[in-house]
Ligand binder design. Sequence first.
Ligand code: ADP
Ligand code: MG
Length: 281
Amino acid sequence: MSIQVKNLKHVYSEGMPFESVALDDVSFEINDGEFVGIIGHTGSGKSTLVQHFNGLLKPKSGAIMISGVDITNPATSMRDIRKKIGLVFQYPEYQLFEETVKQDVAFGPLNLGLDKEEVEVRVKEAIELVGLDYEEVAERSPFDLSGGQKRRVAIAGVIAMKPEVLILDEPTAGLDPKAHKELFEVIKKIHKEQSSILILVSHNMQDIANLADKILVMEKGRLAMSGSPREVFARREELTAIGLSVPPIAELLYQLRDKGFQINPDVLSMDEAVEELVKRL
Ligand code: ADP
Ligand code: MG
């Protein structure tokens, strides 16, 4: 599995007074097994970009090749694409609608045409993979669950389709710290156990630093930077200029350095920061 995005352009409300170019000449590649983080200020085009991956949005120009198949070609079967690519929207819990958790998670796999027994197995596996107790939640109404639990049910509904590529658009937005941490672990586990490519849109630089192999930085519809977390977070000034930041722990070391301490602020985790501080103090 690999993805190539070539010169992608997307225009909303083309020819209308509110016409807006949401993506402009965006090109990059994602290799098999990669965990890709997408960051960018609100309105920079992140959600527009990821909705192209499963054909929900069509570009004005450019191409998206998934394992060599151009999914922007009208002749390509979207049914096959949607089997491979799972997309979890921002605030997916608003899209829960069935009477029970079990039915909600089963909706996607049933749509794939899988038989009932297979669907039951997948529903149970998916609910457990997102860290919920199947026996406890299966027959409950999704609307009676906490915010964090609802979010996990919505994610379970997509991973029950076993997509090779899983895209999560700001999955931890609005969650409390405990639910955030739990979901972070779930995402790590999904990438390890199920989806070979994972694409995570997030404002949380620490999560991105910890998880991503590659970061794409969006700014005003363009790809402003891409590279490993170390490469991208070394460009603190450029990130700040476009309303982004480095992980908080790196920011702390940058500020110490700016106050005159002989310190290398190029750290991605608490462990690296402690090591650097111990070395210098
Ligand atoms: P992000 O996810 O990074 O916050 P979006 O992809 O949602 O950014 O939006 C990119 C740009 O496209 C913004 O200027 C936004 O206002 C515009 N936009 C997004 N969705 C629509 C839409 N359905 N119709 C018109 N403009 C849109
Ligand atoms: Mg968005």
